[in-house]
Design a protein around this ligand. Structure first.
Ligand SMILES: [Zn+2]
Length: 100
């Protein structure tokens, strides 16, 4: 496999239509995590994130962090919740009730 060479890329935000830069470093990071490239600029992502959190807080129906936007947590917070994504369903399903 040849090494992919990443180059800064301009992406038009699908919310505010501003063009933002998806940097080479970010592309590499996303690729390594198998994230899909962002479609929104950072401010819009932040806004959406906040709205989502507020909504969740208001509805308060428990932790159900469907990671539809797994890429949101890139620079700021590491990948705390991308890793929950494949949570151990197969283990849980397999050893249902043992003993007795
Ligand atoms: Zn935007």
């Amino acid at each position: 496999m040849a090494e992919a060479v990443y180059q800064d890329k301009e992406i038009e935000c699908c919310d505010c239509k501003q063009v933002f830069i998806f940097t080479a470093g970010e592309q590499e990071f996303f690729a390594s995590k198998n994230f899909t490239p962002p479609r929104r600029c950072k401010p819009c992502r932040d806004v959406r994130k906040r709205e989502k959190e507020e909504k969740a807080a208001r509805e308060g129906d428990g932790p159900n962090p469907a990671p539809a936007q797994a890429w949101t947590q890139d620079e700021n917070r590491g990948n705390s919740y991308a890793q929950n994504e494949g949570r151990g369903d197969r283990e849980g399903g397999r050893r249902k009730r043992r003993g007795r």
